[in-house]
Design a protein around this ligand. Structure first.
Ligand SMILES: *Cc1c(COP(=O)(O)O)cnc(C)c1O
Length: 430
């Protein structure tokens, strides 16, 4: 479900007009739809209904406290990758006891913090880390619940920067080495409790095939570890892809993209569930899912204003007030974002580059894109910016972070204030 559509000539998020939000709160501005986030969570939860399952939302996709609060209220648990994310979850009212802690480089401070908070499980990415967790837990007189992340050596068929399930990726322990590692843990590491098995093969998967391949390969391993070591859960990670093209609500097919789109089809959760549930159900274990992008990706947009039009000899540029510091996906991994004018367009189309103000040639949102003719002062919406958007923002070029707004029906709340120049230098000394 997408809650961004044209109504009365202008783009709305649910019942709120985006132009009015930009006038009130300035630009660039992130806007999220609460209804979309809830809908995605509930649809996934319903599709997995046949399994004893938990949804651990991957906090790194969008970690705003209000977003976490909303998901906690839906019953979500959380997959975290740092102590800072654990802090956010508890601050937002989420349960530490529902947190799984992933990531290849957990520090002593993070491990101690997570043990004190009583998280559900450390998802461990190497033998060295497992031994270190055992040591730290022993020093604190605790027993650390652990699962090892298995690297199943399956090609997720996604961009190489967001592929994580091949042997050459830094993530997890090789499939062949898992059983021996659990045996060593049982024999030599008294301060860890073997609680589960985890995997995550990558992000933005748009076909169900790699999931099926990985689950079919790893399920027998999970069954064996359950029999031998009494593990209680198997986490199959996140990675459900979303549609970045054609991401306005249906019925709002845009005339300026004539012929260019129309075949984009999302991987639906129903399709995902009907492929993986039959393999997982016979395990009779608790199954964890760690979706991030699927829950929030299409639930957010980044609003930006056109500062200047520049007609060069080779190209026409629309220079906007958002940059790669606000949304880095295009620069980092050729991420595509559909762009829609906030005021419903009519008239001429043109081929433009949409670029930011940052002093880098990689600072663009679109190149040679056919868009309705934009004028200086016009607002645009970069669609599907709810995941891996604000969370990756940087202050590069000393540009303050944008504000974030959460829309719920006709209500719109600022859930993060725009940074000021003072915020920008907070903590620095001369
Ligand atoms: C990033 C990540 C996820 C979430 O991935 P999405 O593609 O956003 O669903 C889940 N699990 C782990 C371990 C991750 O690192």
């Amino acid at each position: 479900m997408h809650s961004f559509r044209y109504r009365d000539g202008s783009l709305h998020c649910e019942d709120v007009e985006l132009g009015a939000l930009a006038d009130a709160h300035g630009s660039p501005l992130y806007v999220y739809s609460a209804a979309t986030i809830r809908d995605h969570y509930r649809r996934l939860d319903a599709a997995l209904g046949e399994l004893d399952h938990h949804i651990a939302y991957a906090v790194k996709a969008n970690s705003n406290l209000a977003v976490l609060r909303l998901l906690a209220a839906e019953g979500a648990d959380f997959d975290i990758v740092s102590g800072g994310e654990l802090f956010r979850v508890t601050k937002a009212g989420g349960r530490a006891a529902g947190c799984t802690f992933a990531g290849v480089g957990k520090t002593r401070e993070e491990i101690e913090y997570a043990l004190r908070e009583g998280i559900y499980c450390f998802n461990v990415e190497s033998e060295a880390e497992l031994r270190f967790i055992d040591r730290v837990a022993g020093e604190l007189g605790e027993r650390a619940p652990v699962a090892v992340r298995v690297n199943p050596n399956v090609d997720a068929g996604t961009h190489k920067y967001i592929s994580t399930g091949k042997s050459e990726n830094k993530f997890g322990v090789d499939f062949q080495d898992i059983e021996a590692l659990y045996a060593r843990a049982e024999a030599e590491m008294p301060n860890v409790a073997l609680r589960g098995l985890q995997m995550h093969i990558g992000s933005q998967l748009t076909s169900v095939q790699p999931f099926v391949e990985a689950v079919e390969k790893v399920a027998p391993l999970a069954a064996g570890l359950k029999a031998k070591h009494g593990i209680e859960f198997f986490s199959i990670g996140g990675g459900i892809g979303i549609i970045y093209e054609d991401s306005l609500a249906s019925g709002d097919r845009r005339w300026w993209e004539e012929g260019a789109r129309g075949d984009a089809r999302p991987l639906t959760v129903e399709e995902y569930a009907s492929a993986v549930v039959p393999v997982l159900k016979p395990l009779d274990m608790k199954i964890l899912f760690e979706p991030g992008r699927f829950i929030v990706g299409n639930a957010g947009v980044l609003i930006s204003r056109v500062l200047y039009k520049k007609r060069g000899r080779a190209k026409t540029f629309a220079i906007v007030d958002a940059g790669m510091g606000d949304l880095i996906r295009p620069a980092l991994y050729q991420g595509h974002h559909d762009i829609a004018p906030v005021k419903e367009p009519s008239g001429e189309a043109e081929t433009v580059d949409i670029v930011g103000p940052i002093c880098e040639s990689g600072d663009f949102f679109a190149q040679d894109r056919v868009l309705p003719e934009l004028a200086e002062g016009d607002l645009i919406a970069l669609l599907s910016a709810g995941a891996y958007g604000f969370v990756m923002a940087s202050n590069y070029n000393s540009r303050p972070f944008p504000a974030e707004v959460l829309v719920d029906g006709a209500d719109a709340e600022v859930i993060r204030k725009r940074q000021s120049y003072d915020d920008l230098v907070a903590g620095e000394a001369v």
